[in-house]
Structures are given as structure tokens and as C-alpha cells.
Design a protein around this ligand. Structure first.
Ligand SMILES: Cc1ncc(COP(=O)(O)O)c(C=O)c1O
Length: 382
């Protein structure tokens, strides 16, 4: 193909452009009605009670650990196969990251590894866990919640890859990613390669009013006009705690609202693409598994292959820009330098040597996908 086929791409329509332009000519570029509207619509979409818009998901994760009270030296479990932000948020407050190994078939943080890790330490050793819906595949949070309850841990669901995904719980109920029924908090990203593009942006969801209020305060410097110790006049406000400016603008929220409207359609198209890959690769190439009754939101389509590097280079030669998700976090220079050099996470390391994410986005055409499939099969048959 003469044009590059990337692994992910945003889809911006005229409706998105009109929404942004109309916000640009309104009274509010930020802190106006679009933020609130986006939050309300997102809460409704995810079946959660509250949503707090933020300037990106990294800020969202930072505010999440802060609002849950994570302190310096306290320990939190996450997966090594994720974007750095899932672990970095623990480090921002001086917390200790503990990695649980992944499941070799779902590539998600393994319940068994997490349980073994928790049970190898005295009660109270860990404060929380951050499982990640990698590639859009929902973590079965009901199982993690049982474990968390037993050991008094909080859960942040890193749902950055998974708006619109769900798992089916033991009562046969669909549990949407970020709905807060089993996790304390869910966090989503609106970076352009994700489902909903805001340029930069993120959303925090929760069912806890207490956490919601804390998140709102921390998002805006800890400043409030409510419950003040005194009132000097109309201008007066109080800063009650140390917060940040992690706000999303109205311009971005306007885009988020129109993008959100199209998400179900986008997830459906992503699943059509995934099914076509699966049919083509069945019994030839290993891909991320899915439990029946669950819906993978398919931010990514990940396969495993022995000569991964060669395939990556081969695809590039044909203008197919596949990508690797992710380099295990404990092997990154920063994490190595703070003591993770000898951590033993075999499944994560084996996975990293073999994984590659193929193009996956709603506007990928049938012709483009057929070309990708052709080239992958050509490579493995060589
Ligand atoms: C799993 C995961 N968590 C967190 C983030 C951080 O998102 P953002 O870029 O919006 O800060 C990303 C972004 O790539 C991600 O993939």
C-alpha cells in the first residue's frame, strides 16, 4: 500500500468539528457547561454514578491514588504489561509498585499471581491494586473484588483501553468497564489513539460520593467555595488542601461529547475487525483470548508470534505500522534503577518477546485489513 496503515487512528467527523467550533465562539472555553455535560453523559454511558473530567488519564490516575489516601511507602499491585502511567501514579505519591505477573492467554494481570503475591505478605502490607483492561479486554473485577475485600484493598480499574467493554459476572449481569460496581474508581483516556479522542483528556468514574467530592477538589487546586470557615464577600474562596490544575477544557469536552455518541458504533466495528482477524488466524496464530459473555472494546488487536521483530520490520516495509504493547514496566531503565532489575515476571517477559498489535480502528477499510492479513500470513508461511 502506498499510504501508511497505522495501528490506531482517531475518527473525526463534521459533527465533531462543528461542536468544537461552536464552543470556540461560546462564552466558555473552559470550566463551562460542556465539561459538566460530558461528565454526566459519560457517567450514564458507563453506568457509574459520578464522572470527573480531567486533562488526561495520567492526571486521573494521580488524583485517584491521592483521593484513596495513598501515602509515601505504601504498596500497590499492578501489571507490568501496561502503559507506564498505571504504575507511575503510585510513584508520584512515593508509593511502592509491586508487579503481579500476567495470565499468558488474556495478557491481563493474573488473579492467581495477585493472590499469591498478597498471601505471601502479612495482612495490611498492600493498600490497593490497579488492574488494567489491556487492549480493551475487561478484567473480571468481581474476582478481584473478592480478593480485595478479604485483604482490605481498594481497586482502581485502569479502563483507558475499554470504554464500552463489559464482563459478565457470576449473576449473569453485564458489568460495564468503569461502572464502579466492583472497583472504587475507573479511569479512561481520551488520547487520539483511544476510542474517544479529545486531543488529550481523561475521565474518572466512581460510585462513591466521598471520592467524587475529593476528586473535584483535587482537580482544581483544592479550592472550594463550599463549607468555608468564613466569607469575606462574593469573591472569597478557600484552598483547603493541596490540589492541582488537572481540568479538561470545554473545547475538548465538546469533542468528547460527540465522540462518545459514536462509541458503541465504534466498538461494534472494532469487533467486526477483530472477528475477521480471528477467522484468518485461527489455528495459525495465537491471539488474546476472550471469555464468552464478555465484550472486548478492542482498543488493540494483539497477536503473538515467534519472530516478532522480523514481522514488525516486514510489516513496516509494506507500510503497515504495527506496534508493541507493552515493554514490561519492570524492565524500563527507571524501574530497573529503583530496584526492579531482578524481578521475576516470566509470563510478562515471554509475552513481550512475542506480542505485536495489528491495525485496529473503526475507519480501517476492509481492503486495508485484507492487506494486513495477507502480509501477516505471507510472513508466517515464508
Ligand atoms: C493503560 C493506560 N493507562 C493510562 C494511560 C495514560 O493515558 P493519558 O495519555 O491520557 O495520560 C494510557 C495511555 O496510553 C494507557 O494506555
Amino acid at each position: 500500500m502506498s499510504t501508511i496503515i497505522p495501528y490506531g487512528r482517531q475518527a473525526i467527523t463534521q459533527e465533531d468539528i462543528d461542536a468544537v467550533v461552536s464552543t470556540l465562539t461560546s462564552d466558555f472555553l473552559t470550566q463551562g457547561p460542556k465539561v459538566k455535560e460530558f461528565e454526566e453523559k459519560f457517567a450514564l454511558y458507563t453506568d457509574s454514578k459520578y464522572a470527573v473530567a480531567v486533562n488526561n488519564a495520567t492526571s486521573g490516575l494521580h488524583l485517584s491514588v491521592l483521593s484513596l489516601g495513598l501515602q509515601k511507602g505504601e504498596r500497590v499491585i499492578t501489571t507490568p504489561i501496561t502503559f507506564a502511567a498505571s504504575a507511575n501514579c503510585i510513584r508520584y505519591v512515593g508509593g511502592e509498585v509491586w508487579f503481579a505477573d500476567i495470565d499468558p492467554d488474556s495478557y491481563l494481570m493474573s488473579l492467581k499471581s495477585t493472590k499469591t503475591l498478597i498471601e505471601s505478605k502479612p495482612k495490611g502490607f498492600f493498600k490497593g491494586m490497579i488492574p488494567v483492561d489491556l487492549a480493551g479486554l475487561p478484567v473480571n473485577l468481581e474476582e478481584f473484588k473478592d480478593l480485595a475485600k478479604e485483604h482490605d484493598l481498594w481497586i482502581i480499574e485502569d479502563a483507558c483501553h475499554a470504554p464500552g467493554g463489559y464482563f459478565t459476572d457470576s449473576k449473569n449481569k453485564k458489568q460495564k468497564c468503569g461502572n464502579g460496581n466492583y472497583a472504587d474508581i475507573g479511569v479512561f483516556s481520551f488520547h487520539p489513539v483511544k476510542h474517544i479522542a479529545c486531543g488529550e483528556g481523561g475521565m474518572i468514574t466512581t460510585n462513591s460520593k466521598k471520592l467524587y467530592k475529593k476528586l473535584l477538589s483535587l482537580r482544581t487546586h483544592g479550592i472550594s467555595k463550599k463549607d468555608m470557615s468564613k466569607n469575606d464577600g462574593g469573591w472569597y474562596y478557600e484552598m483547603k488542601e493541596l490540589g492541582y490544575n488537572y481540568r479538561l477544557t470545554d473545547i475538548q469536552s465538546a469533542l468528547g461529547i460527540t465522540q462518545l455518541k459514536k462509541n458503541d458504533e465504534g466498538v461494534e466495528r472494532r469487533n467486526q475487525i477483530a472477528n475477521k482477524y480471528k477467522i484468518a488466524f485461527k489455528n495459525k496464530i495465537k491471539y488474546q483470548n476472550l471469555n464468552s459473555g464478555d465484550l472486548n472494546a478492542h482498543h488493540l488487536f494483539i497477536i503473538e508470534i515467534e519472530q516478532r521483530k522480523e514481522l514488525y520490520n516486514f510489516l513496516r516495509e509494506h507500510n503497515i505500522f504495527a506496534q508493541i504493547h507493552y515493554i514490561p514496566l519492570h524492565t524500563l531503565p527507571y524501574y530497573k534503577s529503583i530496584g526492579y532489575a531482578n524481578v521475576d515476571l516470566k509470563n510478562a517477559e515471554n509475552y513481550y518477546n512475542r506480542c505485536i498489535s495489528l491495525p485496529m480502528y473503526p475507519s480501517l477499510t476492509d481492503k486495508e485489513q485484507e492487506f494486513v492479513i495477507l502480509k501477516v500470513l505471507e510472513f508466517i508461511n515464508e
